[in-house]
Design a protein around this ligand. Structure first.
Ligand SMILES: Cc1cc2nc3c(=O)[nH]c(=O)nc-3n(C[C@H](O)[C@H](O)[C@H](O)COP(=O)(O)OP(=O)(O)OC[C@H]3O[C@@H](n4cnc5c(N)ncnc54)[C@H](O)[C@@H]3O)c2cc1C
Length: 182
């Protein structure tokens, strides 16, 4: 793993400021269950990691007049066991429960689940595929039974692996994004 600097951010405003300054040199770290594997495999080599773990305002499940709001740092295990979600938004609770293992659900946040990189084994493995600067998507003629698009694709046929994304789309959820400039 390439060495990097680490910052424990304490607010969303601070994260935005850091990202505005550092641009593509920085990565956000939530639970780390996906990002750590990317770093260890040298698939991603940022100079700076910005950890969201200390931003307590991003961890909540709140029932409101027009629905339920979930903070990006809410871990999947909390979504699985939340009474309102179980009762009114069952698909989301069930989707969160389908993710990985108890360890992954205890560490993994909903924000990270939605932003995780696709798990194509050509991308994750020692192949210089089109996503890593090569000129071929090996999945087209290779191992493409489980994780690759079967209906349409562009140059790369990876599909996103997030279980919760499917439920959120079915429930017509809105995502509020904080970023540089907004
Ligand atoms: C063994 C294993 C099995 C798994 N099985 C499944 C499965 O069956 N179904 C499924 O859906 N997923 C599965 N996953 C993926 C898992 O759900 C994700 O790794 C986890 O949800 C990511 O959350 P995290 O908080 O650890 O994210 P991190 O690893 O910290 O971050 C993941 C990515 O999202 C970005 N990110 C994180 N939070 C934010 C934010 N708030 N704003 C902007 N960017 C952000 C990070 O920069 C990084 O690029 C599996 C993972 C593993 C390791």
């Amino acid at each position: 793993m390439q060495s990097f600097k680490w910052i424990n951010a304490t607010s969303v405003a601070e994260v935005k400021e850091i990202l505005a300054q550092q641009g593509d040199k920085a990565r956000i770290f939530a639970g780390g269950s996906d990002l750590m594997t990317m770093l260890k495999e040298r698939l991603d080599m940022p100079e700076l990691i910005v950890c969201l773990g200390n931003i307590k305002t991003l961890k909540y499940i709140r029932e409101e007049k027009d629905g339920v709001r979930i903070g990006a740092m809410t871990v999947l295990a909390d979504i699985v066991g939340h009474p309102t979600l179980l009762q009114k938004y069952t698909a989301l609770a069930q989707a969160a429960e389908a993710v990985g293992s108890p360890q992954i659900r205890n560490m993994g946040s909903i924000g990270g689940n939605l932003c995780q990189r696709p798990r194509c084994w050509y991308f994750r493995g020692p192949f210089i595929c089109i996503r890593k600067g090569g000129d071929t998507c090996f999945a087209v003629n290779g191992e493409n039974r489980y994780y690759h698009a079967i209906l349409e694709g562009a140059d790369c046929f990876m599909v996103h692996p997030s279980d919760t994304a499917v439920a959120l789309i079915a429930l017509d959820a809105d995502i509020i994004i904080a970023g540089v400039g907004y």
